[in-house]
Write a protein that binds this ligand. Structure first.
Ligand code: CA
Length: 227
């Protein structure tokens, strides 16, 4: 079980604790300390789930939530609101803005992790299952093996990560920058044509025996896994 999570929270001790506990669960965790930075980074990184604090120094968590829900590519990312406010009214306001779940501070780490995992599973089974299937392509994460039909496909480590990432959200188009951030990591310098090279290798590896091309190139946008 592994997903890309994003924390928006201005209190660093809470970020540190959450990050530590969620990384221990195998998730990749990025964060922002205010709303403006959060929106910018979330656009780049396209995370699987967002933990969003209500009270932020610039724009409120509610405003961040509302902003994200307006963006087509981002509106389906599940959001858990974190807040010190426990009142029913605020809770309702949070849900109305599109938050998927709601945790009141102080919360236990164990409870939060359980909610994160439950929401991930519900929202995006492909992000967390050990074996993921799209059409006749099968990615076995536990064993790090990929199959097209009955046949096992040989992939290098980067190609495996690419296909593992794309299959989380079939048909969704990812820009080269999003692929870069999610597959190579944030602090790695890779030229965009390097991404094209790896995509070409994935294509060559999985499009075997005259089977149809499962990688779609979207001109000037990026790539998706598509049938
Ligand atoms: Ca806060």
């Amino acid at each position: 079980m592994k997903a890309n999570l994003f924390i928006v929270e201005d209190e660093m001790p809470i970020v540190t604790l959450l990050k530590y506990n969620l990384e221990k669960e195998g998730h990749k965790v990025n964060y922002a300390l205010n709303g403006e930075d959060a929106i910018r980074s979330i656009k780049d990184q396209n995370p699987d789930l967002i933990l969003l604090d209500w009270m932020l120094p610039d724009i409120s968590g509610i405003e961040v939530c509302r902003n994200l829900k307006r963006i087509n590519l981002l509106k389906n990312i599940p959001i858990i609101m974190l807040t010190a406010k426990g009142e029913e009214e605020d809770k309702l306001k949070g849900f109305k803005t599109g938050a998927d779940d709601y945790v009141t501070k102080p919360f236990s780490q164990k409870e939060l992790i359980a909610r994160v995992n439950a929401l991930l599973k519900r929202a995006k089974p492909n992000a967390v299952e050990d074996v993921v299937i799209f059409e006749d392509l099968k990615v076995d994460r536990a064993q790090k093996r990929v199959f097209r039909g009955e046949k096992e496909v040989e992939l290098g480590p980067t190609e495996f990560k690419l296909i593992d990432f794309l299959i989380k959200n079939p048909k969704r188009v990812y820009s080269r920058e999003q692929l870069l951030n999610n597959v190579w990591g944030d602090n790695v310098y890779v030229e965009s044509r390097t991404i094209d090279v790896h995509i070409r290798r994935v294509r060559k590896a999985i499009n075997i025996d005259g089977k149809k091309d499962l990688i779609r190139t979207v001109r000037s946008s990026g790539y998706s896994l598509d049938g």
